[in-house]
Design a binder for this molecule. Structure first.
Ligand SMILES: [Zn+2]
Length: 116
């Protein structure tokens, strides 16, 4: 028998519907959910950046903030086109806890900025 009191407290911000759905799942289904969530995160990462980060990245500025690091950098695209380097772009870099433990660095694309 499993009673509600044995269930872990869900993280703040997780929608109630998701919480109740997850609580219905078997262990095997939960593992698949984690894998799919990671795939979604990765696809978001790719969609967030207009250019593929390559070896031509040039960090212009780094500022530490509460909960994230602000990074401004220019990026050379894979084609090394006429407009290269692109940017500068502003990113918020956050450490996200991984479901399997440890943390993952998440680069959140904030947009183009004007910097000298
Ligand atoms: Zn380019």
């Amino acid at each position: 028998m499993t009673s509600d009191s044995e269930l872990p407290t869900p993280p703040d911000g997780l929608p109630d519907k998701i919480v109740s759905d997850l609580q219905q799942l078997t262990d095997e289904e939960l593992r698949i959910v984690i894998i799919h969530a990671q795939e979604l995160l990765q696809s978001h990462d790719e969609a967030a950046s207009p250019v593929e980060p390559g070896t031509g990245e040039d960090i212009i500025r780094v500022n530490e903030h509460e909960g994230y690091t602000e990074v401004v950098k220019t990026v050379t695209c894979t084609e090394e086109c006429e407009d290269c380097p692109h940017g500068p772009y502003l990113y918020h870099v956050e450490e996200e806890p991984r479901p399997e433990g440890g943390t993952k660095t998440h680069w959140k694309f904030m947009g183009k900025v004007t910097e000298e």
